[in-house]
Ligand binder design. Structure first.
Ligand SMILES: O=C(CO)[C@H](O)[C@H](O)COP(=O)(O)O
Length: 262
């Protein structure tokens, strides 16, 4: 790959690299979706090829499955794995209770199923993803295509009645057509600004007909590895707060960049 990585990509890389410490040979590993999770998959692929790491990976999207196979990770389905030792994934926002907004990449449904089927969920994120209160990032909800506009109206009406939303949601697009998830559904992005009670909102959303899943991950994440552009990383733990601070070097290897080559 030509050119220097941006500070944000370095931050994502060091978070991902640090999180590989949660992975040992023989484990079944859930692998997230997005640009940070892609660094994790590349790092694990390098360890499989160069260090003899033996893992079975369960991807959370077709994109991640393709990348994992390309870097030499054995890919199995969640039903083959049945239960996972650890899932490592990115996030769009995390708060002080390690609750998350996910789904910016549109893979929230598989991501939530996989994370919930894991002994441990580790989030990897650059420092800019940390917030006091969730909601500045638009909250994605996955809805079935049938009657999606009726579902959107129901969601908006309900949220207005809860004083959460001023009728501000949008259908996610992919060019001129609605974005379609791996499950064949659409995504509505809810522009909320600030979510006062994420736990209640997650429950309310999932009770609505037509809503398949929402991007609030409540009480699912166990640890967050926060990366900085200068190589510093911090590990936050749900029970123990910040448990570790470290600094990693960014080492460019051809293997790591194989899928990024022009
Ligand atoms: O939830 C996700 C995909 O559905 C991603 O983890 C989230 O959008 C973060 O992505 P990135 O690492 O590219 O910032």
């Amino acid at each position: 790959m030509s050119g220097e990585l941006s500070p944000i990509d370095k931050a994502k890389f060091v978070a991902a690299k640090k999180a590989t410490e949660y992975v040992e040979s023989g484990m079944r590993v859930g692998m997230g979706t997005g640009s940070t999770a892609a660094w994790l998959v590349r790092c694990l692929g390098e360890m499989v090829r160069d260090d003899g790491l033996r893992i079975k990976g369960v991807p959370t999207s077709t994109r991640t499955a393709e990348l994992a196979r390309n870097v030499g990770i054995e890919v199995i389905s969640l039903d083959e794995a049945k239960w996972l030792d650890v899932t490592i994934d990115g996030a769009d926002e995390f708060d002080g209770d390690l609750n998350l907004i996910k789904g910016g990449g549109g893979a929230l449904l598989q991501e939530k199923i996989v994370a919930t089927a894991s002994d441990r969920m580790v989030v990897i994120a650059d420092a800019g993803k940390e917030v006091d209160a969730l909601g500045a990032f638009p909250l994605p909800i996955e809805v079935i295509p049938f009657g999606w506009q009726t579902t959107q109206a129901l969601v908006e009406e309900t949220l207005v009645s809860m004083d959460v939303l001023g009728r501000n949601s949008s259908l996610r697009m992919n060019g001129d057509a609605p974005f379609v998830t791996d499950e064949g559904n659409h995504i509505l992005d809810l522009h909320l600004n600030r979510i006062g009670n994420p736990r209640q909102l997650a429950l309310v959303l999932n009770q609505m007909p037509g809503v398949v899943e929402n991007g609030l991950f409540i009480d699912i994440c166990d640890s967050v590895v926060v990366g900085h552009g200068d190589g510093r990383v911090e590990v936050r733990d749900i029970n123990a707060g910040t448990v570790e601070q470290d600094r990693l070097e960014f080492v460019e290897t051809d293997n790591l960049f194989a899928d990024l080559d022009d």
